[in-house]
Design a protein around this ligand. Structure first.
Ligand code: N01
Length: 498
């Protein structure tokens, strides 16, 4: 096991003190890598009461993952239950809790500790993290792993505050909410709405679904592996890795060209149209559910239950735009009012506000949010000039709509560990590397369906694409395997010769 001889904030040559912010997939993956490298001097700050990130937060009925478990897991750790192909929220949360236990991460974990500020001190070359409770902690290195889908977005619909019934966002689901026999309104038709609708429609008296824009939906294979497959997977673990590699390559080969309007855009669109035709017989409903933008422009929904649930007798799809929310329901611009005992906001997340609500101040007092006023950008999504020894997991332009985000996290974890190997001192991505990367990013994003195709959570209001990786994941893997040294300026601590 390799140990790190680096300069710490305690002015001694030892391992660096590292703060990891967030205990979801990103934070835990990072923590395992630190441990494996012999760096034990790290703390994981977590705003919630346990590990799990979005899989702890999202508890709406039907919540689960539409990426298969052998891909939506760390390469070094399998799910306990080998029969599950598409893990439910509880499976994934259980998996992440198992990882925390197995790799001894709990003793590094500070739950219920939101970080509100991170301030860099040029004199000591250290970061001070401030918690919501007002505590301050100093570290040599800060790794933010707060994700992109954690700040719920409530829609700015007039009258929302006057609504007198019960209402909540999908990411803050109220388990005690009375749905049985109630009139329930669901606003939004993205992945979260698609997953929750079958269960909610089975309980409520009536459900009204407000759709602003239809999504492309493709079929999802069955939730469980066949008995023979799961038996084979548990007896020959190598098969798990083979399946993982095959699924990864298939997704990368087929779905990556969709976003760049490549050869596979047509078959994927044809598959979505076939799925819609097969599941929805009514022509009018089908027309209202058919998108008018290219597939892949918004994240494709992978689901079998949404269309059938929409056609239940107690469910109505409303495509007239919403005009306002009243004390007891929702009114459309066509003047129709529908009562609601409960409103579920399946309206997504404030995805382009990276690291918010943390106030991050780097070298020379640079404010990260000011640097990002026109849209967040970071070198390979991980490092920003002017912010030494600060790394981001799942930073700008690294999320995927077409493969496993855990794969991207593992690429980032490996790259950040290679950066830490350049310590002692301070590491800062240099302007040249950043400029070359930015130019490539803009060119590549420009070739995708995102800038002109539709509105989505992938971009800022001004239209800058800040969230997804615009190329194949293989390309990200290749770029993050390169030696990081040429892209970074390393400054040795005072008193040390180069
Ligand atoms: O959110 P969304 P989500 N009036 O942003 C509508 C991941 N995820 O929580 O398209 C009316 O996709 C909005 O309409 P429009 C996955 O990456 C993964 O469902 O903006 N409607 C849209 O229909 C996903 O993409 C899994 O016109 C309004 C909906 O609300 C991401 O999370 C499972 C509105 C928001 O859809 C987010 O999914 C679940 C308004 N004012 C989620 N504002 C997996 O299985 C917004 N909408 C891995």
């Amino acid at each position: 096991m390799r140990t790190f001889a680096v300069y710490s904030s305690r002015m001694a040559y030892s391992t660096p003190s590292v703060a990891v912010i967030g205990a979801g997939f990103g934070g835990l993956g990072m923590a395992v890598a630190l441990k494996r490298a012999g760096i034990d001097s790290f703390v994981i700050f977590e705003k919630g009461d346990d590990v799990g990130g979005i899989w702890r937060e999202n508890t709406y009925p039907g919540c689960g993952c539409d990426v298969p478990s052998h891909l939506y897991s760390f390469s070094f750790e399998k799910y306990r239950n080998s029969t599950v192909r598409f893990p439910a929220q509880a499976d994934i949360l259980g998996y992440l809790r198992d990882v925390a236990e197995k790799y001894g991460l709990r003793r590094h974990l500070r739950t219920g500790t939101p970080i509100v500020a991170a301030l860099y001190d040029d004199d000591t070359a250290t970061w001070t993290l401030q918690t919501a409770a007002g505590e301050q902690h100093r570290f040599d290195v800060v790794i933010s792993a707060v994700g992109q889908l954690h700040n719920p977005k409530l829609p700015e619909i007039p009258g929302r505050a006057e609504y007198a019934g019960q209402s909540f966002h999908t990411a803050t689901w109220d388990a005690a909410a009375e749905l049985d026999g109630k009139e329930v309104t669901v606003i939004g038709t993205g992945s979260s709405a698609a997953q929750l609708l079958p269960t909610v429609a089975g309980r409520a008296r009536r459900v009204t679904v407000y759709q602003r824009t239809p999504n492309w939906v493709i079929p999802k294979p069955s939730r469980q592996f066949s008995t023979a497959t799961s038996r084979a997977l548990s007896h020959a673990p190598v098969l798990h890795d083979v399946l993982r590699a095959a699924t990864y390559l298939a997704a990368d080969t087929v779905l990556s060209p969709v976003i760049s309007r490549g050869w596979s855009a047509r078959p994927v669109t044809a598959l979505a149209r076939w799925h819609l035709r097969r599941q929805v017989r009514d022509r009018d409903l089908r027309a209202r559910l058919t998108p008018d933008y290219p597939a892949g422009c918004k994240r494709i929904v992978i689901d079998n239950g949404f269309y059938p649930a929409l056609q239940r007798d107690n469910v109505e799809l409303v495509t007239d735009p919403i005009a306002r929310i009243t004390r007891d329901g929702v009114e459309t611009v066509a003047g129709q009012h529908r009562r609601a005992d409960v409103i579920v906001y399946a309206t997504g997340f404030r995805t382009t506000e990276f690291l918010v609500p943390m106030d991050v101040v780097g070298s020379g007092g640079r404010k990260l949010q000011r640097e990002w006023a026109d849209g967040a950008e970071a070198y390979l999504g991980m490092a920003v000039p002017g912010f030494p020894n600060l790394f981001l997991v799942h930073g700008p332009n690294t999320i995927l709509g077409h493969n496993s985000n855990v794969f991207m996290i593992e690429c980032q974890v490996r790259y950040i560990m290679n950066c830490l190997r350049m310590l002692p001192g301070t590491l800062e991505v240099n302007d040249e590397a950043m400029r070359t990367y930015s130019e490539w990013l803009r060119r590549t994003v420009g070739r995708t369906v995102w800038p002109a195709g539709c509105l989505s959570w992938y971009k800022t209001e001004s239209g800058r694409v800040t969230n997804p990786w615009p190329a194949s994941t293989f390309q990200y893997w290749r770029r993050t395997r390169r030696d990081p040294a040429p892209a970074f300026t390393v400054r040795l601590p005072a008193g040390r010769a180069a």
